[in-house]
Design a protein around this ligand. Structure first.
Ligand code: FES
Ligand SMILES: [Fe+2]
Length: 365
């Protein structure tokens, strides 16, 4: 990704963030996928090992300091520890300290003289979250939208590995106009008239972590000089409900480190979320949530709706289109000004100006 738009060095921090924004809690994996067997997991260009002990999730650097063998190949010989498979160096899961070197006897002088980095871990919303920063972790709730922490939030999650730059994935998520072209062939619009274009407003409320975009002057179809009318609809496609000016319906929002939220008319009783968490340069974890806030028997309806419709139409067919373009995207700046790109510029500006910065090295643990 180039360092500027157009050519002024304005996006230096953004350009340097090829492997993500470390000073945040990142969703690592689904809680249900983590048990007593150590799991290797790469995030933000680093190798981690996750393991569960006594119901708690832990994460350590996945590299034994002795001969660099991954600890994820090892096992838990004693409660609360992980033992390297090669010579038996044994590390405390809580703080990564070497508590024994089994094949050098109980009095091994190396005991207590080595450690691996341990990463703070929390579990919320059915996910394992890991703090990747150098600084002291903020409360995990700071990095998760409040509404997802409500007790009536019913969340269905899909966690996938994808090719491409996480920044391109985030830009695609917050990009206004690709939906009106790329997603025109998705199953989701088989019975809907998707508008051809609109004016975009970018809004940032005071003390609001979300950057939002709203659609104004929505043009269902239009005449293009010398070309004709576009888009063309089929008779079975129905008109979309008009969105009132100032309504928060149809808002698409994004917040740091890379979390998208999509509300739309017609599905206002559920909301779509996405996270783009880099694995390393050029690959990322793509996490999507479908969320409804409901209790009692309506939970069953929501369950049915997800498994019979949303999973296939949104989480696979629709989102597969996004996954297919992200790795194809080049950095096209400087390019002629295209009005909908105002959303991308605003998102880049938010990363550039507001992303938490690494603490000075001395402050690290
Ligand atoms: S490489 Fe891990 S104990 Fe030797
Ligand atoms: Fe999309």
């Amino acid at each position: 990704m180039s360092a500027s738009t157009p050519g002024t060095g304005r996006w230096e921090r953004y350009a340097a963030a090829a492997e993500g924004l470390p000073e945040y809690w990142h969703p690592a994996m689904r809680s249900s996928k983590l048990g007593r067997k150590p799991r290797a997991w790469r995030l933000l260009g680093r190798d981690l090992v996750f393991v569960r002990h006594a119901g708690r999730a832990y994460a350590l650097e996945d590299r034994c300091p002795h001969r660099r063998i991954p600890l994820s190949a090892g096992r838990c010989e004693f409660p609360g520890t992980i033992t390297c498979i090669y010579h038996g160096w044994t590390f405390d899961l809580a703080d990564g300290k070497l508590v024994a070197a089994l094949t050098d006897g109980p009095d091994s002088p190396v005991t207590g003289r080595a450690r691996v980095r341990s990463y703070p871990v929390e579990e919320r919303c059915g996910m394992v979250w890991v703090w990747m920063g150098e600084g002291a972790p903020v409360p995990v709730e700071d990095d998760i939208p409040d509404e997802l922490l409500r007790s009536d939030a019913r969340i269905f999650a899909l966690y996938r590995e994808a090719e491409g730059d996480w920044r391109h994935a985030a830009e695609n998520g917050f990009d206004e106009s690709h939906g009106k072209m790329l997603h025109r062939s998705s199953w989701w619009v088989v019975f809907r008239r998707m508008a051809g274009w609109n004016e975009t407003e970018i809004v940032r409320g005071e003390n609001d972590r979300w950057l939002s975009r709203y659609q104004h002057s929505v043009h269902e179809d239009d005449d293009y000089p010398g070309l004709g009318r576009w888009p063309r609809f089929n008779f079975w496609q129905r008109r979309q409900k008009k969105v009132a000016q100032g309504s928060n319906e149809h808002a698409v929002s994004i917040r740091l480190p890379a979390n998208l939220r999509v509300r739309q008319p017609g599905r206002s009783n559920w909301t779509h979320y996405e996270w783009y968490t880099p694995i390393e340069r050029g690959r990322y974890h793509y996490l999507v949530f479908a969320v409804a806030w409901t209790n009692g028997w309506r939970r069953v309806l929501w369950w049915l709706r997800y498994w019979t419709y949303i999973l296939w139409v949104h989480h696979y067919d629709f989102n597969n289109q996004d996954l297919s373009v992200v790795p194809l995207m080049g950095d096209s700046h400087p390019a002629p000004h295209f009005r909908p790109d105002v959303s991308i510029e605003a998102w880049r500006r938010m990363v550039e100006d507001e992303a938490r910065q690494p603490a000075p090295r001395a402050a690290a643990e």
